[in-house]
Design a protein around this ligand. Structure first.
Ligand code: NAD
Length: 257
């Protein structure tokens, strides 16, 4: 039996590393045509070449998704190459671990523009394409810290809280276009971001990964486990799911013990 993703086109922002790269591999494995948009040209080229070497259809577009011009060009490149966009996974993100006093205006803008404005921009250009094609699916990467606050992470929490409500607002607007819009709220996941957070907090490299033992499942998540939730939301199993924020965090937000 063929996969329901065979020949579907998915555009993944931040597809060069971590959760985005894991999703790219999963969707490619399921037969989808995968477009990666990332600011990291080396990582994007490497992964698209890996996928093509495995007889998958892949495209890398170098883009800074905090810039409207890059988002528009990325969407045009994907349409020129694959002709449509069925699934948009807005996943690119950065973090800055600091309180409101220590966060500079430049850092605030960088985090909000990369994590939140990028979702607005990509959707602005992709929604009309999906609507004229009879529908589509959008999945945004928020965070557990889009639902509850976290210490010393004001710009990150503000950006991810924004992603959660942007998701819900778009779900209201575009259900009529047969476009489902959902977000995932991962907890700590083993990617470069956790290492970068540890660096910013003056912790050792693995400290945040080891803190996973305090979660109900006793560990941090793996990128592939988060990618699996994206596949679920993109699939027909989730055909009646829109406007939701799916927590994927090993029980981290389940309550206090
Ligand atoms: N790792 C975690 O613990 C965790 C937890 C909750 C949410 N998230 C979210 O998951 C998403 C993916 O993060 P990750 O953990 O895989 O981190 P990562 O650093 O491994 O991957 C992030 C990707 O985004 C790309 N990127 C950054 N800025 C960009 C820009 N301006 N334009 C285009 N691409 C850009 C990077 O090059 C990289 O490929 C992020 O939105 C992050 O906030 C991660």
């Amino acid at each position: 039996m063929g996969s329901e993703f065979a020949e579907k086109v998915i555009l993944i922002t931040g597809g060069g590393h971590g959760i985005g790269a894991a999703a790219a591999r999963c969707f490619a494995e399921a037969g989808a045509r995968v477009a990666l948009a990332d600011v990291d040209r080396q990582a994007g080229d490497r992964l698209s070449e890996e996928l093509i070497a495995h007889h998958r259809q892949a495209l890398f577009v170098e883009a800074d998704v905090s810039e409207g011009r890059d988002c528009k060009l990325a969407v045009e490149r994907v349409l020129d190459t694959f002709g449509c966009i069925d699934i948009l996974f807005n996943n690119a993100g950065i973090t800055r671990r600091a309180n409101v006093v220590e966060t500079t205006e430049k850092e605030w803008d960088a985090v909000i523009d990369t994590n939140l404005k990028s979702v607005f921009l990509m959707c602005k250009y992709v929604v009309p394409v999906m609507a004229s094609n009879g529908g589509g699916v959008i999945i945004n990467t928020a965070s557990g810290w889009g639902l509850v606050g976290g210490k010393e992470a004001v710009s990150y929490c503000a950006s991810k809280g924004g992603v959660v409500l942007l998701t819900k607002a778009m779900a209201l607007d575009h259900g009529k276009d047969n476009i489902r819009v959902n977000c995932i709220c991962p907890g700590d996941t083993r990617t470069r971001m956790l290492v970068e957070e540890a660096r910013q907090l003056d912790l050792s490299t693995d400290d945040l990964i080891e803190e996973g033992i305090y979660r109900p499942l006793g560990r941090v998540g793996e990128p592939g486990e988060v990618a699996a939730s994206v596949m679920y939301l993109a699939s027909s199993l989730a055909s009646f799911v829109t406007g939701t924020a799916l927590v994927v965090d090993g029980g981290g937000l389940a309550g206090s013990a």
